[in-house]
Design a binder for this molecule. Structure first.
Ligand SMILES: [Zn+2]
Ligand SMILES: [Zn+2]
Length: 388
């Protein structure tokens, strides 16, 4: 099963969908046009069931195989949302909405899964049921979490689930994946330090919150450098510092800080959450201030199940012959993790070649990726549910 010939024939059509999505980017859950087009196409393909409005604006399509002797159900997932970026690609099909752009290639993911759905609905050469999942709000809104919370997994009896993301820097036609943690959990924290503001020439009459904040920032760096096992991955970054003083000579009463935590392991995640709280309150106490931490958990770790990763590698190998089965994990986070927490499955990278990185204003999805990505999606179905 190399790249399926049918996808060579479908390439102009799939490319046209991709470029249409690219021209009309939509953000977070506000993907009404995209979702409507996806649902329309799925109906045209003859999907057995098409349901809109799952997880607010997600779309689910069901394609039954020629036979169903085993009751197997495989889910395939793509994301539909764009980013708040001003596009600088200069392509003729560039965004028609200034300030919105498909800078993460979700236009390509949606088009490739549509292509696979069209092929699967035509051929139905499998024994079981395929569920194609188009999710909103991958870029920070938790659309995957919403679809899961909406009962999608149980409603369609999904038993295993597969996702894909394009990756600049990996050659087109090459795949990369790893077992276990592939992408990080992304949490965020808000710290508020309260002291006693006053005249900057009379620090002894104040509790200087800027000094307390500075000590906290430095002390937080000891979590990664001194507390967590050096063989485990962790990032603790303070990204925003804001005081209520705008003057050269006023010590602020309050300093607020915001930051992010990235971890690859639940135990490390729990530990870091506790340690941040201890460091912040202990440092504030030592320096005579008070401080609070608001710690919010975001996307969980994206964990590829061992067996399902093997299946994904095998199909990628059949599609192109080029797959790195042990790629380095990334500290970015992925909303597909909510689906992988519910069902075993795998998430794979497909090369986007030598382009700007995702989230860059000059990034563009390479349409030459389409035959590889669509073949992999369809191949997962035919290999996990071989025709009876
Ligand atoms: Zn992104
Ligand atoms: Zn993305």
């Amino acid at each position: 099963m190399p790249v399926k010939n049918r996808f060579a024939e479908l390439l102009p059509e799939i490319t046209a969908w991709r470029r249409d999505f690219h021209e009309h980017p939509e953000l977070l859950f506000d993907v009404h046009r995209t979702a409507a087009k996806v649902a329309d196409l799925l109906r045209q393909f003859g999907c057995d069931e098409v349901v809109e409005g799952i997880g607010r604006t997600g779309v689910v399509g069901v394609i039954r195989g020629k036979t169903d002797t085993t009751g197997r159900v495989v889910g395939l997932r793509a994301d539909m949302d764009a980013l708040p970026i001003i596009e600088q690609t200069g392509v003729p099909y560039a965004s028609k909405t200034p300030g919105k752009m498909h800078a993460c290639g979700h236009d390509g993911h949606t088009a490739m899964l549509l292509g696979a759905a069209k092929y699967l609905a035509e051929t139905r050469n499998f024994d079981g049921t395929t569920v194609v999942i188009f999710q909103p709000a991958e870029e920070g809104g938790g659309g995957g979490r919403e679809m899961v919370a909406d009962g999608m997994m149980d409603r369609w009896g999904i038993q295993e689930v597969y996702g894909m993301h394009n990756m600049p820097g990996i050659p087109v036609g090459h795949f990369a994946i790893r077992k276990g943690a592939l992408m990080a959990a992304a949490d965020q924290f808000d710290i508020t330090v309260t002291g006693k503001g006053g005249h900057a020439a009379k620090p002894h009459d104040c509790v200087d919150t800027t000094v307390v904040a500075a000590h906290i920032i430095v002390a937080l760096q000891t979590i990664a450098s001194r507390n967590v096992d050096p063989l485990k991955q962790v990032v603790v970054s303070v990204c925003t510092v804001e005081t209520d003083s705008t003057a050269h000579n006023v010590i602020p009463q309050v300093v607020k800080m915001k930051g992010t935590v990235r971890t690859m392991d639940h135990k490390v995640q729990d530990f870091v959450e506790t340690r941040i709280s201890e460091i912040v309150s202990g440092t504030a106490l030592a320096l005579g201030a008070t401080a609070t931490v608001n710690y919010t958990r975001g996307y969980p770790v994206t964990i590829n199940a061992e067996e399902n990763t093997d299946y994904a590698v095998e199909v990628a190998r059949q599609v192109s012959g080029h797959v790195d089965p042990d790629t380095a994990p990334l500290m970015g986070a992925e909303d597909f993790s909510f689906m992988l927490n519910e069902r075993p499955g795998a998430y794979i990278f497909v090369g986007n070649g030598d382009t700007a990185m995702v989230h860059h204003p000059a990034y563009n999805f390479d349409d030459n990726v389409i035959p590889f990505g669509a073949s992999w999606y369809a191949g997962m179905v035919e290999s996990r549910m071989p025709a009876a």
